[in-house]
Write a protein that binds this ligand. Structure first.
Ligand SMILES: *Cc1c(COP(=O)(O)O)cnc(C)c1O
Length: 372
């Protein structure tokens, strides 16, 4: 081994259990495991397999390329990809049996055009019910479903689903979105389109909005064992185990005297004589620089503070008068049940959300799967 060890160890058993627990809490509704962005940084293929073993029946991703990579890895479960642009080409996706989320009349027509050559294209029509992101605007629903009906009658396109996404802004706004989704299903029915699988809720909705579960819940953050809620609800409160443990090894140990500065800009100086250890993982690897001086790591059975600026490849930890050696394990974050800091604590330290903490873990960090 020539590079320092930087490792995101992913517990696939935890993923299997999290999927089962989320399904149980969602009243056993069918589940799509969302594995976009390399499985929220955990490794899309490994997570996809574990989630299917844990009881998910479908997979969801943003991009067609992400969907094709899962197919190339030999995964045969239904896969939906929902984020496309004006250049997206659907032929390969249709030939690879990928379901396509359609957010406009133009996309529907492009899928239909590509389907002439590739056979039966399956689409999930995405309605904008208030998020103002992707999805067909309400003013277009009638035209879109009429067109879907025509294309279905021609055998060019099959409507396999109708879906939307919640803003999770408040009880009231979610209820408004459920009502809008119901109007959309009504428009589909009047156009003679059977909606197929109806889906609206992601992890937050699956857990707290029974009225949004419909036929399928799309589970992202929860399968990785993290809470979608910003109200202090922890993984443990939800019966979930964080799957990722981010580790490195101590690269150097140095005794310094009081007054010594550490790392760029000397935002920190030792108040007393102390021992500093160097941890070879930095913001290039997804450790947020904003957490400089605000986060802890776990070394030799204790939490210890990061001191000074987090740098591109490394940061410094103050271990006081304790004996720590080169090669000792450093847990940056993991399951707080083990004593390690959580991804949620890092999120707080960096003014962000746990989603961003795990998703940004970079390519120099090896993903390993001890319970594969
Ligand atoms: C990312 C995403 C999800 C998963 O959301 P979580 O909050 O991670 O459960 C579900 N649906 C859509 C459309 C998404 O973009």
């Amino acid at each position: 081994m020539t590079a320092p060890r930087r490792e995101a160890s992913v517990d696939l058993d935890a993923i299997r259990r999290n999927v089962a627990e989320l399904r149980r809490r969602a009243g056993s509704t069918s589940a799509m495991a969302v594995v976009k962005a390399n499985g929220y940084g955990h490794g899309a293929v490994a997570v996809a397999r574990a989630a299917l073993e844990g009881g998910a029946s479908r997979l969801g991703v943003a991009d067609l390329d992400e969907a094709l990579a899962l197919r190339e890895a030999g995964i045969s479960a239904p896969i939906l990809a929902w984020l496309h642009d004006g250049e997206s080409e659907f032929r390969t996706a249709i030939a690879s049996d990928i379901e396509i989320g359609v957010s406009s009349l133009d996309q529907l027509d492009r899928v239909a055009a590509d389907a002439v050559h590739a056979g039966d294209a399956r689409v999930h029509i995405k309605l904008d019910t208030g998020l103002s992101r992707n999805g067909v605007a309400e003013s277009e629903w009638r035209r879109l479903f009429d067109r879907a009906r025509e294309l279905a009658d021609d055998g060019r396109v099959r409507v396999a689903g109708v879906f939307s996404h919640l803003a999770n802004a408040s009880d009231e706004s979610d209820a408004d979105q459920v009502a809008a989704f119901e109007r959309g299903l009504g428009v589909a029915a009047r156009a003679g389109v059977a909606p197929g699988v109806r889906h609206l809720a992601s992890t937050a909705g699956a857990l707290r909005r029974p009225g949004a579960r419909y036929d399928l819940v799309r589970l992202g953050i929860g399968i990785y064992g993290l809470s979608p809620f910003g109200d202090g609800t922890t993984s443990a409160d939800l019966g979930l185990s964080p799957a990722m443990t981010l580790r490195a090894r101590v690269a150097a140990v140095r005794r310094v005297s009081a007054g010594t500065g550490a790392s760029y800009d000397f935002i920190w100086r030792a108040e007393t004589d102390t021992t500093l250890v160097l941890v070879p993982i930095g913001y290039a690897d997804g450790i947020p620089r904003l957490a400089s001086g605000r986060a802890d790591v776990w070394i030799a059975g204790r939490r210890r503070p990061i001191v000074g600026r987090i740098a591109m490849d490394q940061f410094i930890v103050d271990v006081g008068d304790d004996t720590v050696s080169v090669g000792d394990e450093v847990v940056v974050f993991g399951d707080p049940a083990t004593g390690a800091p959580s991804a949620d604590e890092w999120a707080t330290a960096a003014d962000t959300i746990n989603y961003e903490v795990v998703t940004r873990i970079g390519p120099r960090v090896a993903r390993t799967y001890p319970s594969a």
